[in-house]
Design a protein around this ligand. Structure first.
Ligand code: HEC
Length: 144
């Protein structure tokens, strides 16, 4: 094998290892559990008492997001991920990620559900309340 071929081979090995690491070694790659019925919730969500913005957010969430993200944001098999999930904790997906998601949609990158389209008719205030709701659910389920 020539030197340059050997070098290319080494670079490819490093690249594959790196890509493998970034998809599996961190908490970013998520595969929905197998075996669950289509539409089945993907998380066991404890619902805390909700007040104020979180209560308003629950209503807005049920109107605009629950069709995909499921009741109590527990996700739905084959449709969309749970938002009550470690990867959506505040330090990993800040509040602005929710505003961006609703406004611009999301290109599929964490899961295999496909893209999220922009959500029409949801206001910025709605999303701010939805974030309060999701954070309340996350906290009650040990996601901080
Ligand atoms: C048509 C189905 C659908 C609807 C409606 C929907 N989502 Fe999503 N959403 C998805 C899917 C699928 C993903 C996962 C994309 C991926 O693979 O990362 C997602 C991802 C997200 C993410 C993660 C964004 C990121 O940066 O990774 C947030 C936050 C989110 N949705 C919030 C919402 C909110 C808030 C609403 C309601 C206003 C909503 N979604 C409505 C399907 C939907």
């Amino acid at each position: 094998m020539s030197f340059s071929k050997a070098l290319s081979a080494i670079l490819i090995v490093i690249l594959v290892a790196y890509v493998g690491y970034s998809f599996n070694g961190s908490d970013t790659a998520q595969i929905p559990p197998e075996g669950a019925e289509p539409g089945a919730p993907l998380a066991n969500v404890v619902v805390p008492p909700l007040t104020g913005a979180a209560k308003l957010g629950e209503v807005a969430f049920n109107e605009n997001c629950a069709a995909c993200h499921g009741k109590n944001a527990a996700g739905q098999q084959g449709v969309a991920p749970p938002l009550v999930h470690q990867i959506y904790r505040p330090s990993h997906h800040g509040d602005v990620a929710f505003l961006m998601a609703a406004q611009n949609g999301v290109r599929s990158h964490h899961w295999t559900f496909g893209d999220m389209p922009p959500v029409k008719g949801v206001t910025r205030d709605d999303v701010v309340n939805i974030v309060a709701y999701i954070r309340a659910l996350q906290q009650a389920n040990g996601i901080n």
